[in-house]
Design a protein around this ligand. Structure first.
Ligand code: FES
Length: 178
């Protein structure tokens, strides 16, 4: 008999998740590896609640621990992602070297609005066309390169307005940025 989590997973690639769990279980860092592979397999590159529940049940891991991992590591997302990703570090080293200005520049270039409170410290927002997700992280662990920006999984250090513009021009938006 199928569990409730399993039954809710019918629209998801359950066979793939099962194969990843079987392949990774018992290895060092198994949970991280499982979550990473499953997210990569998702068309919108994220981890829906029902998938996390399924992984928790199948691996006998507390759901709270899985959420702890997913929310700790910047590479995981709980919401659908655009095919392009831009991630701007808002840690102290990057902040003191101008990351707020870079974030505001990226938001403007992508046509994204700040929320009403102007909150930009913790952000994950996708453009209305679904093409690009802009996120912030607390630290990339590359503080010597501050300010640091990641564009489509490539890390760029010592960023400034001009180099950020160049990096944003590499995004696949179906046309040039204005
Ligand atoms: S604060 Fe930005 S990389 Fe550490």
């Amino acid at each position: 008999m199928q569990s409730a989590a399993s039954q809710r997973l019918q629209t998801f690639d359950q066979a793939f998740v099962d194969s990843v769990i079987a392949e990774r279980t018992g290895r060092p860092g198994a949970l991280l590896g499982i979550l990473q592979k499953v997210q990569e397999h998702q068309p919108a590159q994220y981890l829906p609640t029902e998938v996390l529940e399924y992984i928790a049940a199948k691996t006998a891991t507390p759901l709270s621990r899985i959420y702890g991992v997913v929310t700790f590591y910047a590479l995981f997302s709980l919401a659908p992602q655009g095919k392009n990703s831009v991630c701007i570090c808002r840690g102290t080293a990057c902040h003191t070297r101008g990351s707020r200005d870079l974030l505001e520049q990226a938001m403007m270039r992508l046509g994204l609005q700040q929320d009403q409170d102007g909150e930009t410290e913790s952000l994950s927002v996708t453009t209305p066309d679904g093409l690009t997700t802009l996120r912030t992280v607390a630290c990339f662990g590359q503080c010597a390169l501050a300010p640091v920006v990641e564009v489509n999984h490539t890390i760029f250090g010592h960023m400034n307005e001009r180099s950020l513009q160049k990096a944003l021009e590499t995004l696949d938006l179906g046309g040039p940025l204005s």
